[in-house]
Design a protein around this ligand. Structure first.
Ligand SMILES: NC(=O)c1ccc[n+]([C@@H]2O[C@H](COP(=O)([O-])OP(=O)(O)OC[C@H]3O[C@@H](n4cnc5c(N)ncnc54)[C@H](O)[C@@H]3O)[C@@H](O)[C@H]2O)c1
Length: 424
């Protein structure tokens, strides 16, 4: 049975390690973070993902998966390190570069090296392959180098790692075949071989497609407010057309995929990507749009208390990276008019640079509860849960609550034309 060394034990690398270990491989998970490696070696996980604690415990106890702060010799190396953007929106591939360099001393002829991190177009050919070649490896013959982008949905990672179709972009056709075979051992979905550049672009276009379509829905929400029409009713009816699928408006686009990957294309094709750039601008404008609505709602309140519900970039996860909810919290908190409290049942205090409140602390005496993530906990709220508010106004930016009754005044992004300032 083959040995696999996974570099980077985050939301992608840790579940990937556990799945290969469960399939019987000997897996070493390597991370630069001692905290992450220590917790893995105790059979514990440091991230929230459905089913992962049980699976990791099982494979660690079975001796199939262990953590290390240095790479080890293996048959297959899988790189799953972060690829964020710099402040100027250019790609930061430093982690991929250092991860690639770190495996060089452990590489042998015949090894398969797979980059799962999302990367800008041509990174495999222009950055990763040259690092190996500079170190004496012939990437055309000796090392099988491929890009296999991840397209899992947080909350369903363990299912989707197995069931999703995988795109395997080899730097040579043989590399695509060898890397494809690695996945065929555990994946029940199709494993499709292609070239590295095509795989890089297909991943980026998947997320760009979603970002552009969310921008269209957000634009519709703004237009609807001006025209006095309910965008949700418009979307529902338009989507009855068999070839139309308008997405949902919301408080902005976050996470390190949709809010990041389009910039990787823009950086490489600036003049050719005006639609992608405008979509990013529209989605980036949504936190300001949310704050403006809260300002309009509270214009007649001397010291409005705002309860921000949900800080993650999507529901039922603990990931706050690039979250528009954090931006909204900070914009509100920087305005001395507001007293702002944040509540999120999925987020620990050490994940954010401000104090979190309990549900009761956040709601008591609040003038507006702004729901910014569609956690299941929020979907189940009833009007009674808001009885301690000073003025029971809920601004649901995710269209996820179903608060019945007259007691709570409910506003949603997409249906704001009747917005009235709070009268105390
Ligand atoms: N999380 C997702 O849902 C998702 C989905 C699709 C694609 N991706 C992509 O997968 C890649 C990894 O994302 P993630 O969410 O797992 O990131 P993450 O931040 O959760 O984890 C990355 C891990 O890599 C470690 N690391 C950083 N540099 C390292 C190095 N040189 N050597 C070893 N370890 C190193 C970090 O300590 C961290 O534990 C990114 O490119 C991301 O865009 C993520």
């Amino acid at each position: 049975m083959k040995k696999i060394c996974v570099i980077g034990l985050g939301y992608i690398g840790l579940p990937t390690s556990a799945i290969f270990a469960k399939a019987g491989y000997e897996v070493v998970g390597m991370d630069v973070s001692e905290r992450v490696v220590e917790s893995l070696n105790k059979g514990e996980v440091h991230i929230e993902e459905v089913g992962l604690p049980e699976l990791v415990k099982e494979v660690v106890e079975a001796g199939k998966l262990r953590g290390s702060t240095t790479p080890e010799e293996a048959d297959v190396f899988i790189i799953a390190v972060p690829t964020p953007i710099h402040e100027d929106f250019t790609a930061n591939i430093d982690y991929v570069v250092s991860a690639t360099k770190s495996i060089v001393p452990y590489l042998k002829k015949g090894n398969v090296v797979i980059v799962e991190s999302t990367i800008p177009p041509r990174t495999m050919d222009d950055v990763v392959a040259p690092i190996l070649m500079e170190n004496g490896f012939d990437t055309q013959n000796d090392i099988y180098l491929a890009h296999c982008p991840e397209r899992v949905l947080p909350g369903r990672i363990l299912i989707e790692l197995i069931e999703n179709t995988r795109i395997v972009g080899g730097t040579t056709p043989v590399a695509a075949k060898k890397a494809g075979d690695v996945y065929r051992a555990v994946v029940t979905g199709d494993v499709i071989e292609t070239e590295a550049l095509t795989a890089e672009m297909s991943k980026l276009m998947e997320n760009t497609f979603r970002d552009v379509n969310i921008a269209l829905a957000n634009e519709l929400a703004k237009i609807s407010q001006k025209l006095g029409v309910n965008a949700h009713a418009v979307i529902e009816l338009a989507n009855k057309h068999p070839r139309v699928n308008i997405h949902q408006p919301g408080p902005g686009v976050g996470g390190h995929c949709l809010a990041v990957d389009p910039y990787f294309i823009v950086e490489k094709a600036q003049a050719e990507s005006p639609l992608i750039q405008e979509s990013r601008r529209i989605n980036n404008s949504m936190p300001d749009f949310v704050v403006e609505q809260i300002e309009k709602l509270t214009v007649q309140v001397a010291k409005p208390k705002i309860a921000v519900f949900g800080l993650t970039y999507k529901g039922n996860i603990d990931d706050v990276r690039e979250s528009p909810a954090i931006e909204i919290y900070e914009k509100l908190a920087h305005n001395p008019r507001f007293e702002v409290h944040a509540y999120d049942p999925h987020v620990q205090n050490e994940q954010v640079p401000f104090e979190l409140s309990s549900f009761e602390e956040a709601v008591k005496g609040a003038h507006v509860v702004a729901i910014l993530a569609d956690h299941n906990e929020f979907k189940q709220l009833t009007a009674d849960d808001f009885s301690s508010m000073a003025s029971p106004v809920v601004f649901d930016t995710k269209n996820c609550t179903s608060l019945a009754g007259d007691f709570v005044k409910l506003y949603r992004i997409g249906d704001l034309s009747m917005l009235q300032p709070i009268q105390l």
